[in-house]
Ligand binder design. Structure first.
Ligand code: FAD
Length: 415
């Protein structure tokens, strides 16, 4: 068995891995030997998938070749990690080789469990079952939306947490309702949203507004309804009711279009490793992102066991903290507890309208712009569809670190 060694080894070359590698390469005072392990040929800007599903963005514009994004001077090991051995500072790869490291950054994202709902794997992409959660099925969402006719039923679901971008499932339903309104058939199509969560959004400050948005669109919302079974041929979706008076019962709905948010979890190889917490995610400190036991291990992005919203926006604020803290370990400085839990969810509440939900640990709102963050705005639509993709490709993934600061001193207005 062969063995390779890199000073800094990054597992996962998605939003987090590329950003950390690019920022490490900006350090000119020290020469760092950095490698990224990722088996994928392509890299997606997943944050625009909701727009693709709503027909407002092209799938091809979300896709770039992974090779082009690996920063110059960084080694790309094109393979999948299968196991971590932090006691010997090594990881195992699918090809049977081992890579050792001095510092490890773990960011392989979330695992999408298509087999977690009966019938989903079999039917997704056909028989009206669509999902914005995969590049293979996201265009089918818009196809289904366009096929809706008066008298039809569209059902949108949200899986239990954790999921990528917890606001994304409801963004899909608002765009659908607006699309139907613009087509003149909204009142003739039954559109509903069923979520496994007990509230429409995890941050009450924004949830209050989103309940009003759903009501304005005439979308009935059912809470604590977890999709468990899809019969694609009969076009029936069954939900388990997980709380309230009907807890333990199931309800089956007919649909013509079913937009599914698949269940998600920490990747199995992370879950099974000594790095995992009880929920399966990498057990790191909330603010320094350093592993609680293995001091030369860091994690960020969706695989990190932190309580922030799992978003690329969070990665943007986490990456500089991870990079600075690795440099502190190398240079002998004290670690910074600098990540405050920032996450952002630009909620597309209709075409040309976005409510920009930004917040930190504890659900405290922290807007970047000096505007009332509860309001849906056209400027936020421009930020979502134009500014943020450029920020991602041209600044974040290039390792540039100066971004607008969110306002941690923001005070919630009286009701
Ligand atoms: C529908 C949808 C809507 C979203 N909307 C938004 C939004 O509006 N705003 C926002 O900020 N975020 C949004 N997100 C979330 C955002 O895309 C993620 O939070 C972000 O990509 C997380 O970055 P990451 O690097 O942790 O994971 P990813 O970007 O998913 O990258 C993980 C990488 O790890 C690699 N990998 C996996 N397994 C292995 C392995 N065994 N070995 C090596 N490498 C491996 C993968 O190939 C991949 O390249 C959305 C996501 C989806 C799906």
């Amino acid at each position: 068995m062969t063995a390779r060694h890199h000073e800094i080894l990054i597992v996962g070359g998605g939003a987090a891995g590329i950003t950390v590698a690019a920022q490490l390469r900006q350090q000119h005072e020290v020469h760092l030997d950095v490698a990224i392990i990722d088996p994928s040929d392509v890299h997606y800007y997943q944050a625009a998938f909701t727009l693709v599903g709503g027909g407002a963005y092209k799938l091809e514009d979300t896709r770039r070749s992974e090779g082009e994004l690996i920063p110059d001077g960084v080694t790309w090991i094109k393979d999948a990690v299968t196991a971590f051995s932090p006691d010997t500072n090594s990881v195992s790869l699918a090809d049977g080789t081992t890579v050792t490291y001095k510092y490890l950054v773990v960011c392989p994202g979330l695992q999408v469990n298509w087999a977690g709902i009966k019938g989903l794997k079999e039917y997704v992409g056909r028989y009206g079952v669509c999902s914005n959660y995969s590049p293979n099925t996201v265009e089918y969402t818009f196809e289904m939306l366009k096929s809706l006719k008066p008298g039809m039923k569209a059902v949108f679901t949200q899986a239990p947490m954790p999921i990528k971008c917890p606001g994304a499932p409801q963004k899909a339903v608002y765009l659908a309702a607006d699309y139907l309104a613009k087509s003149g058939i909204r009142t003739h199509v039954d559109v509903r949203f069923l979520t496994a969560t007990p509230a429409i959004f995890g941050v009450p400050f924004y949830a209050k507004e989103l309940v009003k948005v759903a009501a304005r669109h005439n979308i009935p919302v059912s809470y604590n309804h977890n999709l468990v079974d899809i019969d694609g041929r009969k076009r029936k979706a069954t939900f388990a009711i997980t709380a309230g008076e009907q807890q333990g019962q199931t309800v089956t709905l007919d649909y013509d279009m079913l937009h599914v948010t698949p269940p998600q979890s920490a990747p199995d190889f992370v879950k099974a490793s000594p790095l995992a917490n009880t929920a399966g995610f990498v057990d790191v400190h909330a603010n320094s992102l350093q592993h609680t036991k293995y001091k030369n291990v860091f994690s960020l992005g969706d695989a990190a066991g932190t309580a922030n919203s799992k978003t690329a926006a969070a990665v943007r604020k986490q990456a500089p903290v991870v990079v600075r803290n690795i440099l502190h370990l190398i240079n002998g400085g004290a670690l910074e507890d600098a990540y405050d839990g920032y996450g952002a969810c630009p909620l597309t509440t209709g075409y040309g309208k976005v409510l920009m939900a930004e917040f930190i640990y504890g659900g405290k709102p922290t807007p970047t712009l000096p505007l009332d963050p509860r309001k849906e705005r056209l400027v936020n639509w421009w930020i979502k569809t134009d500014f943020l993709p450029r920020l991602y490709w041209d600044y974040m993934l290039k390792g540039k670190v100066s971004f607008p600061e969110h306002n941690t001193a923001y005070v919630e207005p009286a009701a």
